[in-house]
Design a binder for this molecule. Structure first.
Ligand code: GLC
Length: 428
């Protein structure tokens, strides 16, 4: 996009922001709107840039506070602040899975977003709606990709893997050959194996793509203890110390990206944000990689991507509600989402941006990923409601134990089923 188109777009957005502020009850005072998020550094840099026209137009300012990168750790902190009615934080950047658990603490944005809600994908708005209340405005959506090194696959005459079994074999073949040729730090496959929400995402993908269901089904049935799920986890366990470093058991997204982006992995499972970063000038893999949907497994021929995504929620305890709502609307607008798409390869939640020529030209992963996120598997946060975090923690622990050699997949999933039945009690 050219500079002048950029500024045109901003003029329009700023005018809208100013208009919405001028129609509010008492816009005279300049507010400091506190915003918390655990997003990576580049996201924050872009946020601070995107917000400038809004600050100029309204006189308000954004004050950013960094949260832990792990969504699980941020959730723990958010929950403490919200339970205490903390009025220091106005806007929380929230994970797609949290709406049902945190709904009571946030302002209903239905009226404020009445004119724009229809521009977003309905399923995303629905995921942020709890008992008719719009809990948060969608910032971007997420669905992972299999990143692969084009150059290494070509060099070794290998195909892009369509199944997890093929990925295992290809990763091993290339890793062995490259190490023998002196590339000793090369690993076949990096992903997120730390005991946290990210492992729930990776684990769900293995289980679902093997035909093993989605832990708890949309009707509330606990399905995770089954032979397909066992086979999926047993295969993943073989990766530890072979094609994936032992250290992967402590990896989050940024750890796997670090190995990948320095050129030390053949394959990586990660979210689309790693696309623009991997393509940046200081990246060792710039121009050398491609992305495809994650592989399928076992006898199933369907791949599964976990649905992710982030949203903006306004705290019920905020003393700057009007300014905070105005900022949340501004940051989720088509113009801001376009900037995030172009600069961060974050997937927009606004339907029309998937036909945007600039995005198509500069971030080709985005139009390609539309069908993938639309078909992505949701984690069971809707059926398990306020118990989701506990359910997810039990699942990632069972997966982590299996990968670490603490019990077999069959034993750990049997135990997990009992624990989930206990959490469920008479109903979710
Ligand atoms: C990404 C996803 C989010 C998920 C997290 C797990 O940030 O967007 O939904 O919970 O990864 O680490």
């Amino acid at each position: 996009m050219t500079q002048s188109r950029n500024s045109d777009i901003f003029c329009r957005t700023v005018a809208l922001a100013a208009l919405s502020v001028s129609t509010l009850a008492s816009p005279a005072l300049a507010d400091v709107v506190t915003y918390v998020s655990g997003a990576p550094a580049k996201d924050i840099q872009v946020l601070k840039d995107i917000v400038k026209p809004w600050e100029e137009a309204t006189g308000h300012t954004l004050e950013f506070t960094a949260m832990p990168a792990s969504t699980t750790d941020s959730f723990g902190q958010y929950r403490l602040w919200l339970a205490a009615g903390n009025s220091d934080i106005d806007i929380y950047e929230t994970d797609v899975i949290w709406a049902p658990q945190l709904a009571d603490h946030f302002v209903d944005l239905s009226d404020a977003a009445a004119d724009v809600a229809g521009t977003h994908f309905p399923s995303i708005i629905e995921s942020q709606t709890v008992d008719g209340k719009l809990v948060a405005l969608p910032l971007f959506t997420d669905a992972p990709a299999l990143y692969y090194r084009k150059d290494l696959l070509e060099k070794h005459g290998a195909e892009v893997p369509a199944t997890w079994e093929q990925l295992t074999a290809t990763a091993q073949q290339i890793q062995t050959a490259e190490r023998a040729a002196g590339h000793e730090d090369l690993w076949g496959f990096v992903w997120q194996g730390n005991a946290y929400e990210g492992l729930t995402c990776d684990g769900l993908e293995w289980v679902k793509s093997f035909g093993g269901g989605q832990i708890v089904e949309p009707d509330g049935t606990i399905s995770v203890n089954n032979p397909h799920a066992v086979a999926a986890l047993e295969l993943a366990k073989t990766w530890i110390g072979t094609i994936s470093p032992e250290g992967v058991l402590a990896y989050q997204e940024e750890d796997s990206r670090g190995v990948w982006q320095t050129g030390n992995a053949v394959f990586m499972r990660n979210w689309p944000y790693a696309y623009s970063l991997g393509d940046s000038d200081d990246s060792a893999v710039k121009g050398k990689f491609g992305v495809v949907p994650l592989p399928s497994g076992g006898s199933s021929d369907s791949s599964a991507a976990t649905l992710g995504g982030w949203n903006l929620a306004v705290s019920k305890y905020s003393k700057n509600t009007e300014a905070a709502v105005s900022l949340a609307l501004f940051l989720t607008s088509p113009e801001a989402q376009k900037r995030r798409a172009l600069e961060l390869s974050r997937l927009p939640t606004i339907v029309s941006l998937y036909d945007d020529a600039d995005i198509d030209a500069q971030q080709p992963i985005i139009p390609k990923w539309k069908d993938i996120f639309l078909q992505a598997v949701p984690r069971p946060s809707a059926p398990t409601k306020s118990k989701y975090n506990e359910v997810s923690a039990k699942f990632w622990s069972a997966v982590h134990d299996t990968l670490s050699g603490n019990g077999s997949a069959a034993e750990n999933l049997e135990l997990l089923e009992i624990e989930l039945e206990e959490i469920k009690g008479n109903g979710w």
